[in-house]
Ligand binder design. Structure first.
Ligand SMILES: [Fe+2]
Length: 219
């Protein structure tokens, strides 16, 4: 009897050691959850960011149609801060980087084009008191913009989307539109959704989410 108990005890100890080793190793090998510090994308140098991408081709081509315009919606606020990084403490959502080019009607990239983004956080909530997840920026000399932000969540009646205004230059006539996502939860039922406004999603070599969208203005 005693020998049986002893055998069981020893077996339990050995199994425990094996399980602990496996679990501990798993803990050591698992990636930390994404956070701003894990992003290696440097928005101060957009052209170098593109070299990190693992997609087959960087879609720098001019769209065949002018960017479709969409309703502004009720949440636009003038006077957003100039910034290309909307990540700050407490922002809910999965981080991703949206990037692309702005072309004029003749498909020439526009340097210094003005883009003003605003969006809901990952829970579908807008900040209407302040400027969280709101910011404007200008394209670089190649017509490229880069926005570090989070994937927007859905809210009643709307699929996942990011609002944007784009102009050849600050203060000029702007188009207003919305960008959508292939995995948008309510794309099929959202009456504003438009297929031509889909962001092309991919990942860079670090496994971080990247979205592409090229604008073509009728200007
Ligand atoms: Fe919206």
């Amino acid at each position: 009897m005693f020998r049986t108990h002893r055998k069981l005890f020893l077996t339990s100890v050995i199994m425990g050691i094996i399980l602990f080793s496996a679990y501990g190793q798993n803990l050591l090998c698992s990636s930390p959850s994404p956070g701003r510090d894990d992003l290696s994308i440097d928005t101060s140098d957009p052209s170098s960011n593109l070299e990190l991408l693992s997609l087959d081709s960087v879609p720098a081509s001019c769209p065949g149609i002018y960017t479709v315009e969409e309703t502004e919606g009720p949440y636009y606020k003038k006077g957003s801060p100039e910034r290309s990084n909307l990540i700050e403490d407490g922002v809910a959502g999965e981080i991703f980087t949206l990037t692309g080019y702005v072309f004029d009607k003749d498909c020439k990239p526009i340097a210094g084009a003005w883009l003003d983004f605003w969006q809901a956080d990952g829970n579908g909530v807008y900040d209407n008191a302040g400027f969280r997840l709101r910011g404007h920026q200008y394209t670089d000399e190649n017509g490229l913009y880069v926005l570090k932000t989070v994937l927007p969540g859905v809210y009643p009646g709307r699929t996942n989307h990011i609002h944007v205004k784009v102009s050849k230059k600050a203060g000029g006539p702007a188009i207003t539109s919305q960008l959508f996502f292939p995995e948008g939860k309510l794309n099929a039922s959202d009456r504003i959704y438009h297929e031509s406004l889909l962001v092309k999603m991919g990942k860079n070599s670090n496994g971080q989410n990247i979205g592409f969208f090229n604008f073509r203005l009728n200007q």
